[in-house]
Design a protein around this ligand. Structure first.
Ligand code: SF4
Ligand code: SF4
Length: 262
């Protein structure tokens, strides 16, 4: 059941797609029923509560998205653990972004004098209890040989390697234009009259600045499905009163709107 999120899920439910899939399984026409998922942890929790028969969940999971507000990998993975579902990982190298690193980030990995950039990313993803398969897109024989070389006798990341990828994350974070910490006070303590998911929009904006890829727009669109867009802000200022980082949220939303709403 591909690309489940709050909108697609409703559509699948209306069509009785889940019931049909489970019926086909009973008839022996399919072996397993699983989903791939792209939304917030709460949505996955709902899906797995409503359909506990789902056997496996595929999620976007890599060391950079682990704590990202827009991708929400850590919390999504924790929901899989809570429901005791095995997990398939997609995007372990973030579409190649964890292979083509900025210079300073590359230095942190080079100091390890060990494996390829992809190897740290894939080994990170494989190191969690419920992860069963890490799907790594490979485009040539060398990449496949490299992947096989470190997964054949798999070793989880050691402390020095963890600290190096932490440095890589810091380099990426320092490239962010908006220093939002995703504390979510602005949306939880205070109700934005336009229901704008401020930290998620900032996270999408930062992703766009760093990677300039289609993912950022995808996450922006997802964060604005049932919520306001950056350009909907009426500049009431309520959010800024509670922001511990004292961010000029209204001004920043203008930048975000220029990026995504035009
Ligand atoms: S200033 Fe904009 S984003 Fe902040 S609470 Fe008001 S409408 Fe929402
Ligand atoms: S309160 Fe400030 S730092 Fe916290 S999520 Fe909102 S914008 Fe980001």
């Amino acid at each position: 059941m591909n690309a489940q999120n709050s909108t697609v899920y409703e559509k699948f439910k209306k069509c009785n797609a889940y019931e049909t899939a489970f019926e086909l399984k009973k008839e022996g026409k399919v072996r397993h029923v699983g989903i791939s998922f792209h939304d917030k942890a709460e949505v996955l929790d709902r899906i797995l509560s409503e359909y506990p028969e789902i056997e496996i969940v595929q999620i976007q999971f890599n060391y950079l998205d682990y704590e990202s507000a827009s991708v929400d990998s850590k919390r999504v993975y924790e929901v899989c653990e809570k429901h005791d579902k095995p997990v398939l990982v997609m995007e372990p190298v973030k579409g190649g972004s964890l292979v083509r690193l900025p210079e300073e980030a590359q230095k942190a990995l080079d100091e390890l004098q060990g494996g390829s950039n992809a190897s740290y990313a894939i080994r990170f993803a494989a190191g969690f209890k419920n992860i069963r398969v890490v799907l790594s897109g490979m485009s040539d024989m060398d990449q496949m040989k490299d992947n096989v070389s470190f997964m054949e006798n798999y070793e989880p990341l050691n402390e020095a390697e963890r600290s190096a990828i932490h440095k890589v994350c810091e380099v990426f974070q320092n490239m962010h234009n908006i220093p939002c910490t995703s504390c979510r006070y602005c949306i939880e303590e205070n109700k934005c009259p336009k229901n704008i998911l401020i930290p998620d929009l900032f996270s999408s904006y930062n992703t766009k600045q760093i990677f300039d890829d289609w993912n950022a727009k995808h996450y922006y669109d997802r964060a604005t499905v049932n919520h306001g867009r950056a350009s909907d802000c009426i500049r009431c200022g309520m959010c800024e009163r509670v922001c511990p980082q004292h961010l000029p949220i209204r001004e920043l939303l203008v930048q975000v709107a220029e990026q995504f709403d035009q």
